[in-house]
Design a protein around this ligand. Structure first.
Ligand code: GDP
Length: 287
């Protein structure tokens, strides 16, 4: 289910997260490694106030590793700690408790110097829909806790999940809304499946994705769909449409008169892209 965000929802989501902040030591902010800024809530700093934060670039198995390294570096420059993970296989997940602990090291050291035995680090996972919050919670818990997918309005008693001896996690994640203002952000989110494609036109999403892939990941696109030459001028829409048509022909999307059904071709192309069939790629880079 895709959440439609209205001002009332945003206020409620923000309040729900802020109510939990007093219970926790650290926020784990999940971003999609392929599009860290586009999958980031625009008001995150205001919402989290100054709570220590671990940025987790999830779905890093789908992202371009070189670009992901740039993002980790980018967040470090911004004064954050960022790590990469793949919640679906668990890669990188075991580092989370230790990294979370490091963020509140001073507090822990103060407690130790006063003779207090520090308790486990308490954490809350936050992120936009589909970024992998439930998958990560289940992975950290080592069992199935949260139903994957979002069910707004469904409230249940909050519980702490023990993650080894080092960390405790709230079982319900904080759901944030993505950015809406910039249309390119919408296209990146739609192309990767973070928001439903009904919100935007499927051909427009595919056009956006193909143009981007032609520019930065041409070889992957070419090999997947057995394409000819890369269009010379990507600012000329005709060249990008010709690539879409070639993809459609390759996948048998032909209608009467031999025309290519671009809508069908777009849907197929996007499904393959989201399933990782075009290989690893990032949709935005920091530099
Ligand atoms: P939530 O809405 O934030 O709770 O997201 P979910 O946990 O429901 O995950 C959304 C989709 O992304 C599911 O199909 C997951 O299997 C998939 N997913 C989550 N994490 C990863 C990951 O690290 N890599 C890949 N490839 N898929 C992931």
């Amino acid at each position: 289910m895709t959440i439609q965000w209205f001002p009332g929802h945003m206020t409620r989501a923000r309040r729900q997260i802020q109510e939990k902040l007093s219970l926790i030591d650290v926020v784990i902010e999940l971003l999609d490694a392929r599009l860290p800024l586009s999958s980031r809530n625009p008001m995150i700093d205001e919402i989290l106030l100054n709570k220590p934060r671990l940025i987790l670039l999830n779905k890093s198995d789908l992202a371009d590793p070189a670009v992901t390294r740039e993002w980790v570096d980018y967040f470090k420059r911004e004064g954050h700690t960022a790590i990469t993970a793949d919640a679906s296989t668990g890669q990188g997940v075991k580092d989370i408790p230790l990294k979370a602990k490091e963020l509140i090291k001073e507090k822990i050291d103060r407690q130790i110097s006063k003779g207090i035995r520090p308790r486990a680090v308490r954490a809350l996972i936050v992120g936009i829909p589909n970024v992998g919050k439930s998958t990560l919670i289940n992975r950290l818990a080592g069992r199935s806790i949260a139903a994957t997918g979002d069910r707004p309005g469904v409230t249940k008693g909050q519980q702490w999940i023990k993650v080894g001896t080092e960390m405790e996690l709230l079982d319900t994640p904080g759901i944030l809304w993505p950015k809406f203002e910039d249309q390119n952000v919408g296209y990146r989110l739609a192309a990767t499946g973070a928001i439903k494609e009904e919100i935007l036109n499927v051909e427009d999403i595919a056009f956006f994705a193909i143009k981007y892939l032609c520019q930065y990941y041409w070889t992957q696109l070419q090999e997947r769909f057995d394409l000819g030459e890369r269009p010379e001028d990507l600012e000329n829409p005709d060249g990008v449409v010709a690539v879409m048509e070639a993809i459609g022909r390759k996948r048998g999307c032909i209608v009467s008169g031999g025309r290519v059904d671009l809508e069908k071709a777009s849907g197929i192309m996007l499904r393959e892209l989201r399933a990782g069939k075009l290989g690893r790629f990032s949709m935005e880079s920091p530099y």
